[in-house]
Design a protein around this ligand. Structure first.
Ligand code: ATP
Length: 235
């Protein structure tokens, strides 16, 4: 168990909710995000999921990201009607680059009773050693790593950054790594949905259908705001 937002004593869920934190650019939010995180919620017995869109990068690096207000509006439309999912604007409201460790500490400070589990796809986890204070991240929270096509992950430990590997041992079922302080990195085998936001943007650009890749409300928003089109630059 971690030092951020954790209480070891058993408490009713309402008093100490187990909250999954799922960050991303969500440009746009798609069905794999929603389904995979719903499965993670079920497997880990989380009470709630917080979806956290990253802020607009102050200095655009590589591709330009759709303005936060659009990404946020699509997220809000996507979680409408699901009381277990909500959207947090902490990163959008904070200046500068969005660092996950800062977000987790901010959430923990604002909600000391929350037990936080950071959720991410295996592609994101494979790059976690490039994140700010990644060693502290492993010290401070539980992590749930979601499988993502093309394939299942066989060696979770080998994927963990070198700097933290020695601190973890496998659980007896080998489905998670246990930190010397009790924190866990869970490997979650979720439905393999080969959907990416990059592919969705590309389909819109080529005037192809994105039906059944995103929720209808998100599809309508993309259409109405003319996002991702070859000719248009939203602002
Ligand atoms: P892009 O194609 O623009 O890079 P993306 O589809 O990978 O976007 P992000 O917003 O970057 O979506 O991802 C947010 C989180 O969701 C990341 O942790 C990522 O690994 C995870 N994720 C995205 N798509 C899937 C998927 N199909 N299956 C499992 N996890 C996913």
């Amino acid at each position: 168990m971690g030092r951020i937002g954790h209480h070891r004593s058993p408490a009713p869920a309402a008093a100490s909710p187990r909250v999954g934190v799922f960050g991303g650019t969500f440009d746009p939010i798609h069905l794999a995000h929603l389904r995979c995180v719903e499965e993670a919620r079920e497997i880990l017995g989380l009470d709630r999921i917080l979806l956290i869109p990253a802020a607009d990068p102050p200095h655009k690096r590589g591709r330009s990201i759709t303005p936060a207000r659009h990404r946020l509006a699509m997220l809000r439309a996507a979680v409408r009607g699901n009381p277990r999912f909500s959207v947090s604007t902490v990163e959008i409201e904070r200046d500068g680059l969005s660092f996950t460790i800062d977000t987790l500490r901010q959430l923990a400070a604002g909600h000391p009773s929350w037990h936080l589990t950071l959720l991410m796809g295996v592609d994101a986890f494979a790059e976690i050693d490039t994140w700010k204070e990644h060693v502290a991240l492993f010290d401070e929270v539980d992590i749930g790593v979601l499988s993502r096509p093309p394939g299942p992950v066989r060696n979770l430990r080998a994927l963990a950054p070198v700097a933290v590997r020695g601190r973890f041992r496998y659980s007896s079922d080998r489905k998670s790594l246990i930190h010397s302080n009790g924190n866990r990195v869970h490997f979650l085998s979720v439905s393999a949905l080969d959907i990416s936001a990059t592919d969705i943007r590309e389909r819109v650009r080529r005037a192809r259908s994105i039906r059944y890749l995103v929720l209808p409300a998100v599809e309508r928003y993309i259409e109405r705001e003319r996002l991702y089109r070859a000719e248009a630059k939203p602002n």
